[in-house]
Design a protein around this ligand. Sequence first.
Ligand code: ADP
Ligand code: MG
Length: 223
Amino acid sequence: MIEFNNVYFSYKNQPVLNDATFKVEKGDFSFLIGRSGAGKSTIFQMIYANIFPSEGTVNVGDYITKNIKEKDIPNLRRQVGIIFQDFRILSDRNIYDNLAFILQVTNAKKKVIKKRVFNVLSDVGLVHRQKSFASELSGGEKQRIAIARAIINDPPIIIADEPTGNLDPETTQEILDILIKINKRGTTVLFATHNYDLVERTDGKVFRIKDSKITELNTQSKF
Ligand SMILES: Nc1ncnc2c1ncn2[C@@H]1O[C@H](COP(=O)(O)OP(=O)(O)O)[C@@H](O)[C@H]1O
Ligand SMILES: [Mg+2]
């Protein structure tokens, strides 16, 4: 589903990836770990075709980002639900409208939108919050809404960039559990974090980015 082959990338004189190769298979729950500044968000931006390797290839679903046409980028992005550390919920509209907005751009019917919003809010346990505004929600609730938003188009891939970085340990586990539940339904998940404890206690492949290289850690003895 996500494949990096011999990828090189630098920001000006700052090398970030040096011959990086890794593969996330369909249905995997994979972690991407690495300290702050290691290059996790850079990898996510490449998956999202926001930036491109200077050498090597990045494949996402059926797309090879190197050859992707401008007009296909929105199609690629519809394959990938993205969740950020800072939630990014629009503050000028309530939760229902934050979610409905995503479907309105696809010209879905009102009834279909209503049902879909209800379903994703059920998935994250926040149906009762439809009329709330982001400012009225806790961090954990905001992240659950961000998950609902990421899955509303039912993408085959979810990428989460340090989604629990601003949350306490208990809320972190709740968010992780929701993503595990979504993975069990068949969605491929790539979860970036620098929280080694969380990775250690959770099943899944682990890729570590360190010194511009990516290695897969042995999951029997992860560290
Ligand atoms: N837009 C940018 N311009 C220049 N350097 C950047 C930019 N974005 C990130 N970097 C640098 O690239 C490296 C990797 O950053 P990033 O991918 O954000 O790491 P992480 O998400 O693992 O914390 C860091 O050294 C960071 O300072
Ligand atoms: Mg980052």
